[in-house]
Design a protein around this ligand. Structure first.
Ligand code: GLV
Length: 308
């Protein structure tokens, strides 16, 4: 019985050591050296190989090595193959750190001060108290809830929006397409941590930006596919938005001539908000393998009808 790993080779060596030490009964294979494909029961991957059914005829579970699963192209996977996302406390911590950094940076005008520094301009701007800064999070899943809990400590006025109704202490929750404009109308900073699905692709577009108060700021730490990049450039140029912090892009890495590289109102990072760390992720993955072996339900199963 073997597990095939298909993701970053450097972290692969780390995963391999953890399996050797804590689960020696599970044989380790690292892509592309798959050995006898009939022995492979589990695939742990960032992206799935093409034609997975033919390649791995006895595959029983696909473990995504990520919180988001859109990059797996779920439609191309056998409908009966369980897909399980990674519930890694390290990812959640990374998301909370990045959201705090981005929201605080926007709240305290850091992009503007960075520009002023480059110009040798020592000029202070009005300080808005956190209680008056309205921060809204799009998506109210595991990551979003932890992000909101982290932001709560700074005293921001918090809200959240998701497709279905939620109740979170200290957070005004909005639900569904009909409440999206009301949610947006009260966000000075909007943070996207939605899963990427057919329904959310391109959601960060011109019409969404127009519902935000003029001069609002955007943080996208979901997927590049959420954002219509040309609409963001236009919203920044018109002053409808004042700034954006982006960790994800439609095309990663960004091509050398991408306008976001040098845009003074955009802070761009290379998809580093959170990274799967074998040390924090291993226990959850092994627990799910053991659950599967015992015939018990696994944690973090993707609902194929919802795509997340
Ligand atoms: C990273 O983007 C992830 O989904 O874990």
């Amino acid at each position: 019985m073997a597990l095939l790993y298909k993701a970053d080779p450097v972290r692969g060596e780390h995963w391999q050591r953890l399996f050797a030490e804590h689960a020696p009964d599970i044989q380790w294979r690292a892509w592309p050296d798959i050995g006898d494909p009939r022995e492979i029961r589990y695939l742990a991957a960032w992206q799935a190989p093409d034609d997975i059914q033919t390649l791995l005829p006895n595959l029983q579970v696909l473990f995504a090595l990520s919180a988001g699963v859109d990059q797996l192209n779920l439609d191309r996977l056998p409908a009966t193959l369980p897909v399980v996302r990674l519930l890694d406390p390290g990812i959640t911590q990374g998301m909370c750190e990045y959201a705090s950094f981005a929201v605080l940076g926007l709240h305290r005008d850091m992009l503007r001060y960075r520009q002023q520094q480059a110009q040798g301009n020592w000029q202070a701007h009005r300080l808005v108290p956190a209680q008056q800064r309205r921060v809204g999070v799009m998506g109210l899943g595991l990551q979003a809830r932890q992000i909101l809990a982290t932001l709560q400590a700074f005293g921001f006025a918090l809200s959240g929006w998701a497709r279905s109704e939620h109740r979170i202490d200290g957070v005004t929750c909005f639900a569904g397409a009909e409440q999206l404009p009301a949610f947006l109308g009260q966000c000075d900073i909007v943070v996207c941590v939605l899963p990427l699905t057919e329904q959310t692709r391109g959601i960060l577009d011109r019409s969404l930006f127009q519902h935000l108060p003029k001069g609002a700021a955007l943080v996208n730490m979901g997927r590049g596919g959420h954002l219509v990049e040309a609409d963001l450039l236009q919203a920044l140029a018109s002053g409808q938005l004042s700034a954006a912090v982006l960790d994800v892009l439609e095309q990663e890495p960004a091509p050398p001539d991408h306008p976001f590289w040098t845009h003074p109102q955009i802070l761009l990072t290379p998809h580093i908000a959170a990274m799967t760390q074998p040390d924090s992720a291993f226990a959850g993955l092994l627990e799910n393998i053991r659950r599967h072996q015992r015939g018990e339900p696994m944690l973090g199963c993707v609902d194929r009808a919802r795509s997340y």
